[in-house]
Design a protein around this ligand. Structure first.
Ligand code: ADP
Ligand code: MG
Length: 254
């Protein structure tokens, strides 16, 4: 099992390190002895059945959830508990969810420029300039003055990605970013993610898009019942999954 000790060749420059992380919701043990290291520039796809703890794992890295035991470090620093340090962590760890959560009363440009002015203290003009650049990168340069409701789901999700990138995050977490989208919009979002991966962004991506995992992931982590059951290259994982649970899961989704 590659998961044990997470000796996956990324130890040289680890950006995210989880050691023996445990969490319960009441009597439900949602994260069990999680050991996971994500190296700088690495793209890790997390897959597994519904309820296996994938979202909780992502949320714990951003400290949207607390853990009961173990340690989580981002860029070698233990997660801060509160205050400015926590706000800094949240901007260093960009997060994109299944639901886009854009502010409906603000334009696309304002959505992307808001946090850099509020949290990073950038000047409005500078933040808007950068927001325009980022909107160009996600293919939405011409949508800057629209409101979220005027955009398709795929466009809104690309705005959400631009908004996270505006904070110059060290790592991007994606939690099923295409699950709420109509099929014809999935690819435009995956394309932006593929491009980010190609540029060397460190990414943790919860997705069932196996094409993305094969093309862009350095590693696939398979979770089941709160445990990391496999942690391997996509090639190894898809051609020869070790565990019965992974085999069973793959037979259902492929
Ligand atoms: P996944 O993202 O893999 O579907 P989650 O991390 O969302 O799994 O959830 C793991 C388990 O924890 C599930 O059984 C879910 O019902 C439960 N759970 C998630 N969030 C909460 C919560 N806030 N309170 C209680 N149980 C929760
Ligand atoms: Mg989830």
């Amino acid at each position: 099992m590659a998961a044990e000790g997470a000796a996956t060749g990324t130890a040289a420059d680890p950006l995210i390190e989880l050691s023996d992380v445990n969490k319960h919701y009441g009597s439900l043990h949602v994260l069990r002895d999680i050991n996971l290291t994500v190296g700088r520039g690495e793209v890790v796809v997390v897959i597994g059945p519904s309820g296996s703890g994938k979202s909780t794992l992502c949320r714990a890295i951003n400290r949207l959830e607390t853990i009961e035991s173990g340690t989580i470090k981002v860029d070698r620093q233990p997660l801060p508990e509160e205050g400015r340090a926590l706000a800094k962590l949240r901007s260093d760890v960009g997060m994109v969810f299944q639901s886009f959560n854009l502010f409906p009363h603000m334009t696309v440009l304002e959505n992307v420029a808001l946090a850099p002015t509020r949290v990073r203290g950038r000047k409005k003009e500078d933040a808007e300039q950068r927001a325009r650049e980022l909107l160009g990168r996600v293919g939405l340069a011409d949508q800057a003055v629209k409101y979220p409701a005027q955009l398709s789901g795929g466009q809104q999700q690309r705005v959400a990605i631009a908004r996270a990138l505006a904070m110059d995050p060290k790592v991007m977490l994606f939690d099923e970013p295409t699950s709420a989208l109509d099929p014809e919009m999935i690819n435009e979002v995956l394309e932006v993610m593929r491009q980010l991966a190609g540029e060397g962004m460190t990414m943790v991506v919860v997705t069932h898009e196996m094409g993305f995992a094969r093309a862009s992931a350095h590693r696939v982590v398979f979770m089941d019942s709160g445990r990391i059951v496999e942690d391997r290259t996509p090639e190894e994982f898809f051609t020869a999954p070790e565990s019965d649970r992974a085999k069973d899961f793959l037979s259902k989704i492929l």
